[in-house]
Write a protein that binds this ligand. Structure first.
Ligand SMILES: [Zn+2]
Length: 425
């Protein structure tokens, strides 16, 4: 395999300009000075460099009110690519995205089952190679690989403590091994945070730079972006909303707490409840699924039967949704966000139950509801969000690594929004 040449990370002003171009879609140089607060001279220099690096292209001219028409700039979407891989017990999903975070290829392969981690990673390296070759992308344009796992993450970059379905992965050095096998720089993050970054990078937040993503795949978590920057906590484990307790006398959860949202109402609890009711189990076809069918597969079957009008299946999901709505309520009360994105394969499968349940509870009881509403929406790529997010993580870390300065970014966001309006992008 050819290893891509190491790249110089962009400087702070380059990051700011590139991010403004990405967020607005199309923008003029004058617009960039307004959106970034940089001087015209700096913007000119940075744009020249971005054009030379082929990261940005000029795309004709905007109408002008008098004066000289302005040349518009946009991202050169096919200038760079990134790979995301979501490693979950239920399957391994890959995505390749272009520079704008839009997926250009997706692929799902069987999960690790009982195979040893080392062999699974070798298979993943082969599959990633096939995926890149298959779409004919020049390998030197691939910035890296974002590896997303259910977490929790530790400083050794393994998973510890480990979700019950992935015990053999405890403390395995996922990132260094995959880096060696693929020759690509590897970043590691948990599924909820990666999904949030993917949503932001691919434009799913409509320009909102502070928002939360509530994730439900096999487990439940939350990812936060604050002023466009992911909040990861001290060890990359922020947002474990699935492990907040709703009943301190409830059943013991694998994390050590009692009565967690996940143990009371997560996908595994839904599957258990369906098996406990023979009519629902039969109607959902749980007994006809292959042996060892993952929790995610069984959950999806229950969701399908609910959509098909099986009342028992619907009731089980509605009970779960009441708990998930409380988790959403907690997230929104903590962060006071205007936007909550529901994402992950299980929300995608049963969105008809969970989206209205979350909306209803927030409308009734979100603390700051008299100040502003909360827009609750299902991710447009909820099914494959972690893989797309993995790729977006790489794009963000390579191209806008130094975006901080939260106070001034607020002003930038305002200017960017007005630029959006004037160009009716
Ligand atoms: Zn727990």
């Amino acid at each position: 395999m050819n290893h891509p040449e190491p790249r110089r990370p962009p400087g702070a002003s380059t990051s700011v300009v590139l991010d403004a171009i990405r967020r607005t879609g199309t923008i003029s140089r004058v617009g960039l000075t307004r959106a970034t607060g940089l001087t015209g001279a700096t913007v000119s220099t940075v744009v020249r460099r971005l054009l030379d690096d082929d990261l940005v292209v000029e795309i004709g001219r905007a109408e002008s009110t008098g004066g000289k028409p302005r040349t518009l700039l946009e991202l050169n979407q096919s200038a760079r690519y990134a790979v995301g891989a979501h490693l979950d017990h239920s399957g391994i999903t890959y995505a390749v995205t272009n520079l704008a975070g839009a997926p250009v290829a997706r692929m799902t392969r069987p999960g690790p089952a009982t195979t040893e981690p080392a062999q699974v990673l070798e298979r993943m390296a082969r599959e990633i190679d096939l995926l890149i070759t298959g779409i004919g992308v020049d390998r030197s344009k691939v910035l890296g690989l974002g590896l997303v796992s259910p977490g929790p993450l530790t400083s050794t970059n393994g998973m510890n403590p480990t979700p019950p379905s992935m015990r053999s992965w405890e403390d395995f050095p996922l990132d260094t091994e995959l880096e060696r096998l693929t020759g690509l720089p590897v970043l590691l993050d948990n599924d909820a945070t990666a999904s949030a970054i993917g949503e932001y990078w691919s434009g799913g937040t409509s320009g909102e730079t502070t928002f939360a993503a509530l994730y439900m795949g096999t487990g439940i978590g939350a990812g936060f972006l604050l002023d466009g920057v992911a909040y990861r906590g001290a060890s990359g484990n922020a947002g474990e909303i699935g492990h907040t307790s709703l009943n301190i006398d409830g059943p013991v959860c694998w994390c050590g707490m009692r009565g967690c949202v996940e143990v009371l109402a997560g996908p595994a609890a839904v599957v258990d409840a369906a098996w406990a009711d023979p009519r629902v189990a039969r109607a959902a076809g749980l007994d006809r699924l292959p042996d060892g069918a993952s929790i995610a597969m069984q959950f999806a079957a229950i969701a399908r039967s609910s959509r098909n009008g099986v009342v028992g299946a619907r009731q089980i999901l509605e009970r779960s949704a009441r708990y998930l709505a409380v988790a959403a309520h907690t997230v929104v009360n903590l962060l006071d966000v205007r936007l909550l994105v529901l994402t992950g394969a299980s929300f995608a499968a049963a969105s008809h139950i969970y989206v209205p349940a979350v909306r209803e509870l927030l409308e009734q009881s979100f603390f700051a509801r008299t100040s502003h509403a909360v827009d609750v929406r299902l991710s447009h790529a909820a099914d494959t969000a972690p893989a797309i997010g993995g790729a977006a993580m790489v794009l963000q870390s390579e191209l806008v690594p130094q975006r901080t300065a939260p106070l001034t970014t607020l002003d930038h966001a305002g200017s960017v929004r007005s630029e959006l309006g004037s160009l009716s992008h």
